[in-house]
Design a binder for this molecule. Structure first.
Ligand SMILES: Nc1nc2c(ncn2[C@@H]2O[C@H](COP(=O)(O)OP(=O)(O)OP(=O)(O)O)[C@@H](O)[C@H]2O)c(=O)[nH]1
Ligand SMILES: [Mg+2]
Length: 385
């Protein structure tokens, strides 16, 4: 597939900062040769923080920043001076970003709200300086705490778009045409399959200034769960939708069968997809007359609301919006908290390769020797009482 700007999967290495070491300094001045311990505390290592930002729509900006480091805390020093805290590293991510541990496949966290901050890796605490360790019987402690170590993790970030209604259909079903008819989005439309290669979002305005978000994703075909077509790569973008609008064209040989195939592919991807409310739209109904509609009607799957529409003539579109709005606002369809399943480590390598990510990248860092500020020169002439 051609290089695309729609990046919804990246692997990056993150590391927090280590805590600065506490100082073991002894105060020693001209007229106070035995001024006592005055070593200050080390500074806190920087955190790696994720922050939701609604101005980002993809993870593209992270594609070029594969290594993320927060700053180390500085060591404490004499006169009970604190070391400086290491700088936090903030990674801006689009709302809907889910983070997994790239080694174990475990789900780590997700960011769904604008300006929501999640600490991905905590920086090490700074060590206490020797000043803290003085006691009546040990007035000259020659030790201090080292800072806590840093944390590191290679993560996979995945974007799951946040939309209310997801469009599900075979290629050419008319998904993009519907999105362009009901929103200001301008997806590419053509009479060949796989016109849409990456998801599009549109805001559908409803009555009285109310609106909802619709996601058009690339077409799904039978066997998508085994990687056919564009595979299931984009299905996660409708995982979070509370409502799925199935779209089958009026000229399909068997609407019911086509619907079953789609449903089955979703189920293979994630059985929880079947818990979502579904609506069926028979698209391109401008090709039908009333007689044909009456003929098709009894063959449609039962237990799911259906509607005949035409994005070209506008037939059924406003009723469709009513149905979608009504379903979206049913208490039972309120978006439940999505349970993020861990990734299967056995497939992780294949998945990374399929996503064009380097499955073997590992970051080797050199543990830069910290210049300790032990003040040994003072220790010789110091008598402990
Ligand atoms: N007659 C008629 N044709 C339609 C209608 N909606 C879409 N089409 C045509 O169907 C073809 C496919 O439409 P798209 O909207 O690109 O289909 P899609 O589902 O987005 O297809 P992919 O992106 O390939 O998955 C185009 O030639 C559209 O002009 C409709 O309501 N009536
Ligand atoms: Mg399309």
């Amino acid at each position: 597939m051609a290089e695309s700007n729609f990046v919804d999967y990246v692997k990056i290495y993150c590391r927090s900062g280590k805590g600065g070491r506490g100082s073991t300094h002894m105060r020693r001045e001209k007229y106070t040769p035995k001024g006592g311990p005055d070593g200050g505390d080390g500074g806190r290592g920087g955190n790696v923080i994720l922050r939701g930002n609604r101005n980002y729509w993809t993870l593209l900006h992270l594609k070029y920043e594969r290594h993320v480091f927060a700053g180390h805390g500085e060591s404490g020093s004499s006169s009970r001076s604190f070391g400086k805290d290491g700088a936090d590293k903030i990674i801006e991510v689009p709302c809907g970003t889910v983070v997994y541990n790239a080694e174990t496949g475990e789900y780590v966290c997700d960011v769904t709200e604008h300006e929501q901050e999640v600490v991905l890796l905590k920086g090490g605490r700074g060590g206490l300086g020797n000043w803290h360790f003085r006691t009546a019987t040990r007035q000259a402690p020659r030790f201090a705490q080292p800072g806590e170590p840093m944390q590191e993790m290679t993560v996979i970030m995945e974007l799951k778009l946040l939309a209310d209604v997801g469009l599900v259909g075979f290629p050419n079903a008319g998904k993009s045409t519907l999105l362009s008819a009901v929103s200001a989005a301008k997806p590419k439309i053509a009479d060949y399959p796989f016109t849409t290669l990456e998801p599009n979002l549109g805001i559908v305005s409803y009555r009285d200034g109310k609106s909802f978000v619709m996601a058009d994703i690339p077409g799904i075909i039978e066997g998508a769960s085994e990687g056919k077509g564009l595979g299931l790569r984009f299905l996660r973008h409708i995982e979070r939708n509370s409502l799925l609008l199935f779209m089958v064209p009026a000229d399909s040989d068997d609407i019911h069968k086509e619907y079953d195939i789609l449903l089955n592919e979703l189920k293979t991807f994630n059985p929880e997809m079947l818990d979502k409310q579904r609506v069926l739209a028979i698209t391109k109904s401008d090709m039908l007359d009333q007689e044909l509609m009456d003929e098709i009607e009894p063959t449609l799957p039962i237990g799911i609301p259906h509607i005949f529409i035409s994005s070209v003539t506008g037939y059924g579109i406003s009723v469709l919006k009513d149905i979608l709005w009504e379903e979206l606002n049913k208490e039972s369809n309120k978006i439940e908290t999505l349970v993020h399943r861990a990734k299967d480590v056995g497939h992780l390598k294949d998945e990374l390769r399929a996503q064009g990510e380097d499955e073997d990248f590992n970051y080797e860092y050199e543990d830069d020797e910290e210049d300790d500020d032990f003040d040994y020169e003072y220790e010789e002439d110091w008598d402990e009482e």
